[in-house]
Write a protein that binds this ligand. Sequence first.
Ligand SMILES: Nc1nc2c(ncn2[C@@H]2O[C@H](COP(=O)(O)OP(=O)(O)OP(=O)(O)O)[C@@H](O)[C@H]2O)c(=O)[nH]1
Ligand SMILES: [Mg+2]
Length: 229
Amino acid sequence: MADVSAPSQSQINQVSVQEHLYKILVIGEFGVGKTSIIRRYTEGTFFPNYKLTIGVDFALKSVEWDQNTKVNLQLWDIAGHERFGHMTRVYYKYAIAAIIVFDLSRPATFDSVLKWFNDINSKVMLGNEQPVPVMLIANKCDIEDVEIQKDVLDKFCEEHNFITWFSTSAKNNTNIDDAMKFLITHILSLPTDVQQPSDNILLHSGNTSFEDSESDDKKSTTSSSGCCS
Ligand SMILES: Nc1nc2c(ncn2[C@@H]2O[C@H](COP(=O)(O)OP(=O)(O)OP(=O)(O)O)[C@@H](O)[C@H]2O)c(=O)[nH]1
Ligand SMILES: [Mg+2]
């Protein structure tokens, strides 16, 4: 005979929780602190030694956003070094948002922000053909004497349609969580038709170095060599 008893509270909760998987790109010049920001956010750690990323690295973060919403972020940590740049079209695929990082102590890295921004806009868009939302991060605000030109950054973001900017320190854990919360809030507010089917995004964590050509998309997003971070 069928069980006609009322569902328990935990069964009700299970049914009503919505789970999302979002692919987020973290890009910018080499050494600006992309890997450090991701590590701080996902693991709560910081390493003062620079170990450059080769190709692309992945990290996952699950956030219990509210009682009804769980958000899984797949953060794509893309090497900033010029020589790895030719694979970005493959890496960008199915991204729902991007973070462009620059280093407050190296002004030239701000000059490259638009290069990265144009790279994204020319290679990926949302499901509704709108541009991918981009957040600007001014990292290393802990370094003495760095200047944060708020007006310049406000104007820059408005002019180029960045969703906002934050000054952060991966070293001191300044504003990293707030920046990510802002980004998640923005993503959750996007119309549902922009969501990419999450089967396209693999829930892997690890390091991958791609040697293949840009056209070999499928292979690239599934391989995981575990080589050299
Ligand atoms: N003072 C300070 N140093 C930082 C901060 N974030 C990162 N660093 C240091 O900057 C260096 C580069 O950081 P990474 O996170 O490896 O930079 P990246 O952007 O991932 O570099 P690539 O992988 O080459 O593209 C490392 O020595 C970090 O310890 C920060 O907020 N403050
Ligand atoms: Mg790195």
